[in-house]
Design a binder for this molecule. Sequence first.
Ligand SMILES: Cc1cc2nc3c(=O)[nH]c(=O)nc-3n(C[C@H](O)[C@H](O)[C@H](O)COP(=O)(O)O)c2cc1C
Length: 165
Amino acid sequence: MTTISEPFDQRTLRTFYGRIPSGVLALGAMVDGEPLGMAVSSFTNVSLDPPLMVVSIRNESATWPLIAEAEAIGASILAESQEECGMQLSASRSDSRFDSIGYTVTASGAVLIDDASAWFEATPSDPIPAGDHSLVLLTLRSISHGGDRSPLLFFGSKFAAVRHD
Ligand SMILES: Cc1cc2nc3c(=O)[nH]c(=O)nc-3n(C[C@H](O)[C@H](O)[C@H](O)COP(=O)(O)O)c2cc1C
C-alpha cells in the first residue's frame, strides 16, 4: 500500500479518482434549434423521494450554462458500444459533438442518445459550489431503459465493460 498525504498534486488526485469506477452519462438539450451536450462520469443517484440524482460539473464548462437553461435536460447512460460517442461528447469543439450520432429530441427539448443503456429527463437545480466543480441536483421527470443493454464504464482513465459471468 502506498500512502500520499496532502497537499496533493492534481495528477495524483486525478489518478486516484480514476480508481473509482463509474458509468458515462451524456447530457444534452436543444439550444437555439441545435443539440448541445457533454459527457460526464461524476454522477450518482441521491434520493428516491423526491427522485434526485447529482452531477458534478467543471466550473469552466462552456456547455453546461447553455443546456442548464433548457426546459429539461436529457441524460443517456451510454451503452458499452458507445465509447466513441463518449469521446465525441467531450471534444473541445462543441458544434460537431452530435455529428453521426443518432439522437431523439423529447417534447420538452431534452436530447437522448439512441441505443443507450438507459435514459432520463431531468430539471437541474441551481449549481451548488464545490471547489473547482459545482454540484447540480437533477430532479427526474421521466426514466426509461433499453432492456438488457450493458452500460459503458469509465475506470483508470479508460473505457471498460461490465464482465458478465
Ligand atoms: C469519460 C469522461 C468523463 C467526464 N466527466 C466529466 C464530469 O463528470 N464533469 C465535467 O464537468 N466534465 C466531465 N468530462 C469533460 C466534459 O465532457 C468536457 O469537459 C466538456 O464536454 C467540454 O467542455 P465544455 O463544457 O466547455 O464544452 C468528462 C469527459 C469524459 C471523456
